[in-house]
Design a binder for this molecule. Structure first.
Ligand SMILES: C[S@@+](CC[C@H](N)C(=O)[O-])C[C@H]1O[C@@H](n2cnc3c(N)ncnc32)[C@H](O)[C@@H]1O
Ligand code: SF4
Length: 453
């Protein structure tokens, strides 16, 4: 396929659209939802309903200029320990509200950089989790790691806590890109971090990369991906750089740098895709890759992949409880977010109740639209008739959307038959632009999202 034509084919659909890690998306969150609503939603959960846990640590050892995560530099060990106690306090409130001890099949530590917690603090929290929930024997327990700051006492502690998977931040290996981003990290540093976890028996490794960063060229992108493949990660998450300086001031530091154009971003993504497929990785959804033996690849093949605030997941739980500053919780009845700044989080925990700052209730229509968006984002195909019927609705609700999809069809980005949408390989980079057609709230402030390509 001619490269220029394929870019032109998709360029006209470019726009600022949500990442669709939930529906309604974070833009719909408001302060009308509070701790009382969350309590009510938690209490309404059936006792059989398994829950997943997301624990957020909002600290890093140094800040990367591109970063769009809720995090700050915190050097004081006592403050890091004290934050751990706040997490335990929030977990206590959850277990008190849920009343019965719930089954947990998935636990993820994210950030920021969760390894900024002293190893003994993380170990204490994990023991508390195991006392308060039934953590299943084959639970997936994962954590995000920064190879530049991986404490020596961590690998053994992670193994003792039952960790099964790590996610390692790399982003890019080129010197000029790393300098512009303020993140200097050698290939060897990444390799030794991966080796350290594999040595203690944690076999499953994900690597995060970003394209669209300052100074990235097509050649540097190819060099980075080829070097990363030599590390043999089981999975990769390949994100397009989200430039949202109105949300994250630190990104204004990149404004004097040369950011790749939309066409360059498209080509960088294509190069990464080409190299990974050549190396035996399966493309998954919008931005993930996995080796065929990996659970994520298997889930993508058999239609059981899911999506939540962590991106793609094999976790099928309908309830994700977020703990810690800025953490987001998803329940069938609504979505809530905790206060963002660690200092406000501390005050909110001290005040009592849950430290909720905003959220959104979900109605039947939201749940149906999420089903559609999730299947599109995960399977690249959706049977609208089947989903409408499951939600006691009729598929003719979507007739106008199907009409809007005709231009995608004539550009070879989707195939339509009856009420089934099948996104083609050419359409994969535009999954968000297809999902947005099902988002009835989208007209609100579209500039608040990052560009799609
Ligand atoms: C919490 S960090 C990963 C763990 C650790 N802090 C590190 O950086 O090694 C989560 C990931 O988000 C991605 N990320 C952060 N800012 C981004 C942005 N502006 N655009 C796209 N991806 C971004 C990066 O790939 C990063 O690895
Ligand atoms: S990319 Fe990771 S290390 Fe860098 S600032 Fe963001 S969370 Fe911290």
């Amino acid at each position: 396929m001619n490269k220029a034509i394929s870019f032109n084919r998709i360029a006209r659909y470019e726009g600022n659209v949500p990442r669709y890690t939930s529906y309604p998306t974070a833009v719909q969150f408001s302060d009308a939802v509070n701790s009382k609503d969350y309590t009510k939603w938690l209490q309404a959960l059936s006792v059989e309903e398994p829950v997943s846990l997301y624990l957020h640590v909002p600290f890093c050892d140094e800040l990367c200029r591109y970063c769009a995560c809720n995090t700050l530099v915190m050097r004081r060990e006592e403050a890091r320990e004290a934050y751990g106690d706040l997490l335990i306090e929030e977990l206590k409130r959850l277990t008190a509200t849920l009343k019965t001890r719930r089954t947990v099949n998935f636990i993820h530590w994210g950030g920021g950089t969760p390894t900024t917690l002293p190893a003994k603090t993380m170990s204490k929290i994990m023991s508390f989790v195991r006392e308060s929930f039934f953590v299943s024997e084959n639970a997936e327990i994962s954590i995000e790691l920064d190879p530049r700051h991986f404490p020596l006492d961590y690998p053994d502690m992670l193994e003792a806590c039952g960790t099964t998977r790590v996610s390692v931040g790399v982003q890019d290996l080129d010197d000029r890109v790393q300098k512009a981003c303020g993140r200097i990290q050698s290939w060897e540093q990444t390799q030794s971090c991966i080796q350290a976890v594999r040595q203690v028996g944690i076999q499953s490794v994900n690597i995060d990369l970003i394209y669209g960063l300052p100074n990235q060229t097509l050649q540097s992108t190819r060099n980075t991906i080829q070097s990363v493949i030599r590390l043999q990660p089981d999975r990769l998450a390949v994100f397009g750089y989200a430039h949202v300086p109105w949300k994250f001031k630190r990104q204004t530091l990149l404004e004097g740098e040369k950011l790749p154009t939309m066409e360059e971003r498209f080509e960088q993504r294509r190069i990464i895709d080409e190299e990974l497929i050549k190396a035996g990785y399966d493309p998954i959804g919008l931005d993930h890759y996995a080796l065929p033996h990996d659970e994520m690849s298997k889930a993508a093949r058999n239609g059981t992949l899911h999506r939540n605030f962590q991106g793609y997941t094999v976790d099928k739980a309908r309830v994700l409880l977020g703990v810690g500053a800025s953490a987001i919780s998803i329940l069938p009845t609504g979505i809530v977010q905790n206060v963002t700044a660690p200092v406000d989080y501390k005050k909110a925990i001290e005040r009592g109740g849950f430290p909720i700052i905003r959220g959104v209730a979900r109605n039947d229509d939201d749940r149906m639209r999420w089903d559609i968006i999730e299947r599109l984002m995960c399977d690249l195909s959706v049977d609208l008739k089947k989903i409408a019927r499951k939600h006691n609705q009729t598929e003719i609700l979507f007739d106008n959307i199907l009409k809007n999809l005709r231009s995608f069809e004539s550009d070879g980005l989707v195939k339509l038959s009856d009420y089934t949408i099948q996104v083609t390989e050419a359409g994969r980079p535009l999954l968000r632009n297809i999902a947005v057609l099902f988002d009835i709230y989208y007209h609100v402030a579209p500039q608040r999202h990052a560009q799609a390509i």
